[in-house]
Design a protein around this ligand. Structure first.
Ligand SMILES: Nc1ncnc2c1ncn2[C@@H]1O[C@H](COP(=O)(O)OP(=O)(O)OP(=O)(O)O)[C@@H](O)[C@H]1O
Ligand SMILES: [Mg+2]
Length: 137
C-alpha cells in the first residue's frame, strides 16, 4: 500500500502520470472518494502518462469515455449517477475489464460487486481546499 499527500491538482495529475508508467494491459483502477476529491484529475494524469492527448471529462450522460492514442486505450467510467447496475450490464463490462486496455472507474464503491478482483483500489480524500490524501491499496 502506498499513500501520498497531494498539495495541488497538478500534483495529483503527476501521480496519475507516474502510475501510468507501470500500468499493464487489462489493469482496472477502482477510484473512491467524495465529489471534488480529485479522481478525475488523477485520470487526466493516467491518460496523459500513457501518451494520449485526449481530453478527459467524467462520463455523465454516457456510461463510458474511451481515450485512444496512447500506449493503451483507457475506458473511463463514473458510477456516481448510475442508479441501477443492471443499466450497465448490456454494455458487456467484461469486454472492458478483461480486455487489453485500462479501465478506470470513479465511484467504484457504489457497485463493488461488479469490480473485478484484481482491481487496484485508490481512495481520494480532501484534507483541505488544496490538500488530498491519496491511498493506493
Ligand atoms: N491536491 C489536489 N488534487 C486534486 N484536485 C485538487 C487538489 N487541490 C484542489 N483540487 C481541485 O479539486 C477539484 C477536483 O476535481 P475532480 O473533478 O478531479 O474531482 P472528482 O473526485 O473527480 O469529483 P467527482 O466525484 O465530482 O467526479 C478540481 O477543481 C481541482 O482543481
Ligand atoms: Mg470525477
Amino acid at each position: 500500500m502506498a499513500s501520498f499527500i497531494s498539495n495541488s491538482a497538478a500534483e495529483t495529475e503527476e501521480l496519475g502520470r507516474r502510475l501510468a508508467q507501470e500500468i499493464q494491459p487489462g489493469s482496472v483502477l477502482a477510484l473512491t472518494g467524495d465529489l471534488g476529491a480529485g479522481k478525475t484529475q488523477f485520470v487526466k494524469g493516467v491518460v496523459a502518462g500513457l501518451g494520449s492527448s485526449a481530453a478527459v471529462t467524467s462520463p455523465t450522460f454516457t456510461i463510458v469515455h474511451e481515450y485512444l492514442g496512447g500506449r493503451l486505450p483507457v475506458y473511463h467510467f463514473d458510477f456516481f449517477r448510475l442508479e441501477d447496475r443492471q443499466l450497465i450490464a448490456p454494455l458487456g463490462l467484461d469486454d472492458y475489464f478483461f480486455g487489453d486496455g485500462v479501465s478506470v472507474i470513479e465511484w467504484a464503491d457504489k457497485f463493488p460487486e461488479i469490480i473485478p478482483e484484481p482491481a487496484r483500489w485508490i481512495s481520494f480524500e480532501a484534507k483541505s481546499e488544496s490538500t488530498r490524501a491519496i491511498i493506493a491499496k
